[in-house]
Design a protein around this ligand. Structure first.
Ligand SMILES: [Zn+2]
Length: 77
């Protein structure tokens, strides 16, 4: 029987190094993912492009970086 897919134990935001407060990472199960803060946020492609290819899908970006990015977009437009 194959093991269930587990979230990677990466609590650090790849952009700022802070805690990403990722719920699946904290609990070790994706079952809790529907309650994670990231479900109520949008991750713009431009934000994900800031990551190196090897950083993608390895750790969650933190809430602060998402908020910062959105406010920067807002100021630019
Ligand atoms: Zn961050």
């Amino acid at each position: 029987m194959p093991d269930a897919v587990k979230p990677l134990p990466n609590h650090q935001c790849p952009l700022c190094g802070g805690s990403n407060q990722c719920l699946p990472t904290d609990t070790g199960s994706f079952c809790s993912g529907s309650n994670c803060w990231c479900k109520s946020r949008q991750f713009p492609p431009e934000l994900l492009e800031k990551l190196n290819p090897e950083q993608r899908n390895q750790a969650c970006i933190c809430q602060r970086c998402v908020d910062d990015f959105h406010s920067q977009l807002h100021h630019l437009s």
